[in-house]
Write a protein that binds this ligand. Structure first.
Ligand SMILES: [Zn+2]
Length: 320
């Protein structure tokens, strides 16, 4: 309610900076943050980046980053020129407004999962949208930071009117399997939350297998490895496009510089590594505009070659 008052007031101009500060200090679940929202233009479509929050566990010390030791990690972070924020990994979701549809690309995380995550729907509402108006949700893969945000804290559906689109290999791996049958006892929570996300979606769940996912202007791109049905997508409008690369990178400072470094929660680290190396090479060569779910918010930019690896070139904010 407070937020609504603030937004209404924002139209009337200058006097609003004071209440805004008060609200930011009074309601935040974690220090210094407000709902992060950033609009991006793709042709005549509007893509709104929605911050779900961040995590700071993508390190070798927490045994999440694999293939780099603590010393090399610390040195890479310290010399990145990116500051202390380089230790934190953003979790982003995106709203695509195209023709008559409001399409979410990923749903972020359930609020109960990790205290610094779970803010996608708050960001969506702060951007002026109603959750019940979301028509479709493309789930790039069923990890909790992308699909558990379909579920409210009381277990109901957060987007009751939306079709939920998931690759059939992804659904099969998580929903028709379990940590024992898949040989991943470390992924108990991931299986539980993926099953819960499928269950809450009920008959609104739509499985796809190819590039055509039945949405105007959005096609799926297989990026298998991180999970068996992990996909990116291309958003296309009026001759313009952006490639949503989803989770080919989790720690952008480290994995762009050292693309061979992987994460423990890759279902298949070798395949994920191959996909990352191949995809980064292609998008650097093409100079293609990309969006990444774990790139620094709002996650839009390009990569260029730097030494053996790559460097992130964030695009400038456009006000519109
Ligand atoms: Zn992720």
């Amino acid at each position: 309610m407070k937020r609504r008052t603030l937004m209404k007031g924002a139209a009337s101009g200058l006097a609003l900076s004071i209440p805004q500060v008060k609200i930011a200090q009074g309601t935040m679940a974690f220090a210094g943050s407000i709902e992060n929202i950033q609009r991006l233009r793709v042709g005549s479509a509007t893509v709104t980046a929605l911050s779900d929050g961040y995590v700071d566990i993508i390190t070798p010390q927490a045994q999440v980053l694999q293939g780099i030791d603590a010393e090399a990690y610390e040195q890479t972070i310290a010399t990145s020129g990116r500051g202390a924020g380089a230790r934190q990994t953003d979790v982003n979701a995106y709203l695509v407004e195209m023709i008559d549809r409001k399409i979410l690309i990923d749903a972020g995380t359930n609020k109960g999962f990790i205290p610094t995550l779970g803010r996608t729907q708050d960001a969506l509402v702060a951007a002026g949208h109603r959750p019940e108006d979301i028509t479709d949700i493309v789930i790039t893969h069923m990890h909790p930071d992308h699909s558990a945000g379909l579920i409210s804290e009381d277990g109901s559906a957060l987007y009751p009117g939306a079709r939920v689109l998931v690759h059939e290999l992804e659904y099969d791996y998580w929903v028709n399997g379990d940590p024992v049958s898949r040989g991943r006892p470390d992924m108990e929570v991931q299986f539980q939350l993926a099953k819960a996300a499928a269950e809450v979606s009920g008959d609104r769940l739509v499985l796809f297998s190819g590039e055509d996912i039945g949405l105007p202007g959005i096609t799926a791109v297989p990026l298998f490895g991180h999970t068996p049905g992990h996909v990116g997508c291309v958003i296309e409008s009026d001759g313009d496009h952006v490639f949503v690369v989803s989770d080919i990178v989790h720690q952008s400072v480290i994995q762009l510089k050292h693309p061979e470094v992987s994460v423990a929660f890759d279902v298949d680290q070798n395949e994920a590594r191959k996909t990352r190396i191949k995809t980064l090479d292609r998008i650097a060569t093409d100079g293609e505009r990309i969006i990444g779910m774990h790139m620094p918010f709002p996650g839009a930019g390009r990569i260029e070659r730097a030494g053996e690896g790559y460097r992130w070139i964030a695009e400038e904010r456009e006000y519109f």
